[in-house]
Design a protein around this ligand. Structure first.
Ligand code: GMT
Length: 375
């Protein structure tokens, strides 16, 4: 199949999933066209069946806001015509599903029909999408898509609760390439980061409010009172500065490393002992899955889709949002004893196998085939 993929090309989970999906589909013989405003961060290699088409938004002084949706829908029309793209798979409803629908209508006028598969990722539904400002456009875009998928059962239920959706929603969980995470502990130069007796705790996110960054620091503060430990904070975002200040106020700044955005996530996870994800809401929690695939147990909240990813008492523990003491106690329970820690590390790997890309990507292929058959 010739598939056009539209996504946010940044470090966010939806862009990562879209990119990994495109790369795997290309290995399975499909021709993939990424159409977005810059080359997706995890898209390192282009080949004869992986293409990237950049959407330019010409600056025009009359516009206070440059119209990205317009530029995207025009680019989609051009690329479908030029490359014979048979199906558009758009990740994140806003504004991608909306722009794809406009492109579909323009193409229809020229006698070309291209179906749209929309994947809902989370914040497009739970945070941004349900805002009264966007709700009519998001409802419209979901209902006009030819197939809709969501990354967890919890997100599907949220979508049905928050929007008047008339479409079936297929749950296709996020996935992981397990081969990429087959590191040996000795490969990752742990000694550069911490002493042998120190435990390494890691958090990776885009440091938005929804991630509850202060809770990460507070849980770590409690852990390091009981055990020698270091905290690796990976990512950039609006909450980062306040987090740095909090570590100083708590007198633990010498034990916390802020990496910023990193292309070495696999390496950081390789030397980590525990992953913290105390989010307010999380439709799936791809970062937690990546951690588990690297053998890192997860302390998370029990919100949204996290309980579909992290298994309480097996791959880690789940607590209520804001339950700092409970999260700290659970973390210490895992970290204090080396046998317990290695059992949880093993379990985390086993849990991640449920999301093996070889089992999940065919689900998308089946949806594409079924959708194409209808038209
Ligand atoms: O929250 C983020 O880190 C970014 C956001 C995005 O849209 O890229 O992530 C959402 O999609 C990811 C991929 O499906 C999920 O793993 C995240 O849980 C989800 N974020 C939220 O629901 C807050």
């Amino acid at each position: 199949m010739k598939i056009g993929i539209v996504c946010y090309p940044t470090f966010g989970g939806s862009g990562v999933v879209a990119t990994e999906l495109g790369l795997e589909l290309s290995k399975r013989g499909h021709e993939i066209h990424f159409i977005t405003y810059s080359q997706p961060v995890r898209l390192e290699l282009l080949s004869n069946n992986v293409h990237f088409h950049e959407v330019h938004v010409p600056e025009y002084p009359l516009f206070l806001y440059q119209p990205y949706e317009l530029a995207l829908s025009s680019k989609l029309v051009d690329m479908v015509k030029l490359h014979g793209i048979e199906l558009l798979h758009v990740h994140y409803a806003i504004p991608h599903a909306y722009a794809a629908y406009m492109a579909q209508q323009m193409l229809k006028d020229e006698g070309i029909f291209v179906p749209i598969v929309t994947t809902l990722h989370g914040t497009d539904i739970t945070l941004v999408g349900s805002h009264p400002f966007y709700k009519p456009a998001v409802t419209f875009s979901i209902n006009k898509s030819n197939a809709v998928t969501s990354v967890s059962e919890s997100l599907k239920q949220d979508t049905l609760r928050l929007f008047n959706v008339k479409r079936d929603i297929h749950v296709v969980p996020n996935f992981i390439d397990l081969e990429k995470h087959e590191y040996n502990f000795t490969d990752c130069q742990r000694e550069m980061m911490a002493e042998d007796d120190e435990r390494i705790i890691t958090h990776i996110s885009n440091f938005r409010e929804v991630k509850r960054i202060p809770d990460v620091i507070k849980v770590f503060y409690n852990i390091q009172k009981e055990l020698p430990a270091k905290l690796m904070m990976v990512g950039e975002g609006p909450e980062k500065e306040a987090a740095e200040k909090l570590t100083e106020d708590l007198g633990i700044s010498d034990r916390v490393i802020f990496f910023g955005n990193s292309h070495e996530i696999d390496n950081i996870l390789c030397f980590s002992d525990l992953f913290l994800l105390p989010s307010q809401t999380e439709s799936f929690g791809l970062a937690a899955l990546e951690a588990m695939a690297s053998g890192v147990p997860v302390i998370s909240t029990n919100t949204g889709g996290l309980s579909e990813v992290n298994e309480h008492g097996f791959s880690g523990y789940l607590s209520d949002v804001n339950a700092i003491e409970d999260m700290s106690d659970n973390a210490i329970k895992i970290l204090a004893d080396l046998n317990t820690l290695s059992q949880f590390k093993e379990n985390a790997k086993i849990q991640s196998q449920k999301f093996d890309l070889h089992n999940i990507v065919p689900k998308y292929e089946a949806i594409y085939e079924e959708t194409l058959k209808k038209f």
